[in-house]
Design a protein around this ligand. Sequence first.
Ligand code: ADP
Ligand code: MG
Length: 274
Amino acid sequence: GRGLPKPDNTRYFTISNQKGGVGKTTTTVNVAAALAQAGLNVLVVDIDPQGNASTALGIEHHSEIDSIYDVLINDLPLQDVVAPCPDLEHLVVAPATIDLAGAEIELVSLVAREQRLRRALDQYSKYRDDQGMERLDYVFIDCPPSLGLLTVNAFVAAREVLIPIQCEYYALEGLSQLLKNIEMIQKHLNADLVVSTILLTMYDGRTNLAAQVAQEVRDHFPHEVLEAVIPRSVRISEAPSYQQSVITYDRSSTGALSYMEASTEIADRGVAEK
Ligand code: ADP
Ligand code: MG
C-alpha cells in the first residue's frame, strides 16, 4: 500500500448529482479502486439499475443474481449479495440488477422505506465484526441521476456527499437544485449529512470555459473542492469496457494518477466536521 491513513470509523459516502453523465459512476469506481489498492477496505454499493459500477468492477449483475434489489425489497442480508472485485483484494461490491428499476415504486409501500439501505449497512458491519473480518474503511454508494427513493436511501445511509462536477456552462445551476434537496434530507431524514467533497471531472484544460467554471466552483465551495482535478482521458472512458477501473487498467495513465491524487486527498482530509 501507499500508506494512506485508516479512518477512525467507517466513512460512508454517497456519490450524487442529479445530472446524468457527469462522472458519478466513474468517480465511485476509481476512488474506491484507488483506496482499495492502497490497502484500505472498501465496499461499493451499486444502486443504479443500470449497474454500470458493477460492470466496471468486473462483478456479474444479470437478472438471476441476488443483488441490492433483494436487500432493499426482500430483506436479504447484504453479505449474501456482496462479491469480491476480481482485481482488487480489498474491494467488495454489492451489485445492482435491472429489477432495481422497479424498486422505486415497490419501496413506496414498505415500512421504513427511506432507512432500508442504512439498516442493511449497519447489519453488514455487525456481521463483519462477528465474523472477525476487518472493519470497512470506506463505503461508496453509486446513485442513479434522479431523486427517487433509491437516492433518498443513499442520502440516509451516508454521512458524506461527494459531488462530481463537470466543468461546463450549466454546472452551478444544476448544483443549486441538488443542494436544496440535500437540505431537505438534512432537515427531515439525516441531520448528520454533509457535502464534504466536490470533485471537478472531465476537465478540458484547453478551454477557457473549463478554467472559468472551475474557478467559480472553487469560489463558492472553497473547503469542499479537491485540489486534484480529473482530466478528460481516453483511458478512463475505455477501462469499463475491460471491466476494470482505470487504476488496474492503466495505473500510470494521467487518468489513474489523478484519481489516486483525489483519493489521497479524501483520505488525508479525514471525515468532515458538521
Ligand atoms: P454518471 O454516472 O454521472 O452518469 P459516468 O461516470 O457514467 O457518469 O460517465 C459518463 C460517461 O463519461 C461514461 O461514458 C464515462 O466513461 C465517461 N467519462 C467519465 N469520466 C471521464 C473522464 N474523466 N474522461 C473521459 N471520459 C469520462
Ligand atoms: Mg452512473
